[in-house]
Design a protein around this ligand. Structure first.
Ligand SMILES: [Zn+2]
Length: 122
């Protein structure tokens, strides 16, 4: 009989060498904790994306687009690593980075252009 160590409770047990858990309840608990960790990770990414979206929404105000200094985004705590998708404008082929329905683009000189998702016609 080989002995193993439960990866959930660390208890030593006898059994097949490829067995990972000492009991079914340890198996269940382990997989539940993994799911919880995954959900926490997803939740924290979603919060970052929503934060970015709200910053863009606030900065664009009631306009269709707005040009702002990069440091304004930074001062607001904008997280440049988090975005949902890219969008290329039809006419000028400019690539905008989006956080849900608000996008932005580095236009040089430490300035960024913020746009709202096109409702058509642009
Ligand atoms: Zn166990």
């Amino acid at each position: 009989m080989a002995t193993g160590k439960c990866i959930y409770c660390s208890k030593k047990f006898e059994g097949r060498a490829d067995k990972k858990y000492c009991s079914d309840s340890c198996r269940t608990n382990y997989s539940n904790e993994l799911k919880t960790k995954e959900n926490e990770e997803i939740r924290s990414i979603r919060l970052s994306l929503r934060k970015n979206r709200n910053i863009l929404k606030k900065l664009i105000g009631k306009k269709d687009d707005q040009i702002i200094p990069k440091e304004t985004l930074e001062h607001n705590g904008f997280l440049f690593d988090y975005h949902t998708h890219f969008f290329t404008s039809e006419l000028q082929k400019n690539v905008f980075t989006f956080c849900y329905d608000y996008g932005y683009r580095d236009i040089g000189n430490k300035k960024f252009k913020i746009i709202r998702r096109w409702g058509g016609g642009h």
